[in-house]
Design a protein around this ligand. Structure first.
Ligand code: NDP
Ligand code: 8X3
Length: 250
């Protein structure tokens, strides 16, 4: 039976690479994001290999999440795999000068958005006693680094939600696992530094960062294990990175 996967934040970076990896695996896809054009482009590309539906919504908007996932056509209603990936860092400031809008964005997207999407999908998985949820955390959910304060808090929340989901869904036979990447070269730093490309580029210079495909490949591995195997929690770093603050640059 062909599996269907819903991926949030599929317009870019890790989410897009995961959609591409899943298409190679033959999974039907529900790709989500705010950028319509990027969704349409990816839908067209991957639509040649598998069935693809795109859903455009902002995960911060509870009603939009409800409407989008609540009105799926019948052939996309059964979701086997949920990848909670949408998220970003906004700003990198000390707590005393942090920006309230940045804090709202990180908590609303990385934490509340993840919950809104999950709430729309977990009940059907629980009823079927079948499903697999992959939460994209971060090394920032395992450690706190200077100026990472609220982003780190949002990813520590993802770490806690991942554990909480696994505990509560244990009796339902649903697999729940997190992958916590270190430095991956995506649009992440562009967003964090609000379009300052030079500053964003410098984050990935002098060493070999992870590529989004590296993380996607591991997610593909996680979801293709036999049903009695749940990879519960992974920390994945570039070889040059030992911790949030220790990165060996040439
Ligand atoms: P990108 O900026 O490339 O991708 C972020 C994705 O999230 C985009 O597809 C974006 O889609 C989506 N997104 C952001 N805000 C919203 C929103 N309000 N509503 C719906 N979708 C949204 O970054 P990455 O691929 O790097 O990030 C993906 C995940 O990986 C994030 O959770 C991030 O925290 C995590 N991560 C990244 C690391 C890195 O070093 N890059 C390391 C560790 C974790 P759109 O703009 O179309 O809405
Ligand atoms: C993204 C990696 O180190 O910028 O989660 O927090 S880091």
């Amino acid at each position: 039976m062909t599996k269907t996967a819903l991926i949030t934040g599929a317009t870019s970076g890790i989410g897009k690479a995961t959609a591409e990896a899943f298409a190679k695996e033959g999974f039907n896809l529900i790709i989500c994001g705010r950028r319509k054009e990027a969704l349409e482009k990816l839908q067209k590309e991957l639509g040649e290999e598998v069935k693809v539906l795109s859903l455009q919504f902002d995960v911060r908007n509870k009603e939009a999440v409800k409407n989008a996932i609540g009105s799926l056509p019948s052939d996309f209603q059964k979701i086997d795999i949920l990848v909670n990936n949408a998220g970003n860092a906004h700003g990198l400031d000390p707590i005393q000068t942090g920006n309230l809008d940045d804090w709202d964005a990180m908590i609303d997207i990385n934490v509340k958005g993840l919950l809104y999407v999950s709430k729309m999908i977990i009940p059907q998985m629980a009823e079927r006693k079948d499903g697999h949820i992959i939460n994209i955390g971060s090394i920032a959910g395992k450690e706190v680094y200077p100026n990472g304060n609220v982003y780190s808090a949002s990813k520590h929340a993802v770490d806690a939600i991942n554990k909480g989901m696994r505990i509560d869904l244990n009796e339902k036979g649903i697999r729940v696992g997190a992958i916590n990447p270190g430095l991956v070269e995506t649009a992440f730093s562009e967003v964090r530094f609000k379009g300052d490309s030079e500053r964003a580029k410098s984050v990935y210079q002098g060493y070999q960062p992870l590529k989004p495909e590296d993380i996607a490949d591991i997610i593909r591995f996680m979801v293709t294990r036999p049903s009695h195997v749940n990879i519960a929690d992974l920390l994945v770093l570039p070889t040059a990175q030992a911790s949030s603050t220790i990165v060996h640059k040439e």
